[in-house]
Design a binder for this molecule. Sequence first.
Ligand code: HEM
Length: 220
Amino acid sequence: MAVTGLIMIGFLLMHMYGNLKMFYQADNFHAFDHYAHWLKGKTDDGGILYPIMPAGTFIWVFRFVLLASVILHIWSAASLSAKTLAQRGDKYSNQKKKVQTYSSRTMRWGGIIIAAFLIFHLIQFTIVPGSLGAGGSGDQPHRMVLASFSLWWMVVLYAICMVLIVMHIRHGFWSAFATLGGNLSAKSRQLLNVLAIIVAAVLFVGFMIMPLAVLIGVIG
Ligand code: HEM
């Protein structure tokens, strides 16, 4: 869970950075479109990692790693949940609840809602580009972004999902480093806690600032 979770947090930080390119060259969104095409090997220079790999290969390696991470993460979550439920025993003899944060109590449901968000998100922008409220096509990704986030309900939907995602990440980031041996002293626990809050806050602001800017007309 720890390693696959950290791989996905790394992806999200990169994805957030890519989305912020909507603010750069915002008169024609060339920077955002070029970056999206470069990742897919569709630019004249052969794109990312060309010629180490043939043009357009990297994105599939990347997708494979991400998909494997998602599957292994869900598999670990399911087997951990089954273990926890088996060990909990007779619920009448074990009613004392431990002190838990809101995020840690909602990891299971949070994870399921995030998976649902991801399916919606991938259909909208990747599998059927321009569907489910997004306009345009994959040839000019900025058009899909502008069309979808001009809709107030889409921005609200994304904001709700992002709150759930960063809550999941705050607790997940903490747990991941705890699993990997990072919570050996009160000081390191405190540091981990602060770092987890910073990563969650950066992801929330970094992801939501662009849809909000589109909605209120700062870019577009
Ligand atoms: C406000 C938040 C977000 C925005 C505006 C956004 C926007 C986009 C856009 C425009 C694309 C298509 C890019 C292209 O065609 O080149 C995309 C792809 C993707 N997004 Fe997001 N995204 C957001 C949040 C997320 C989150 C939270 C996740 C994961 C939980 C995520 C996972 C993905 C994945 C896996 C892809 C497909 C990458 C590929 O083509 O292989 N996104 N996103």
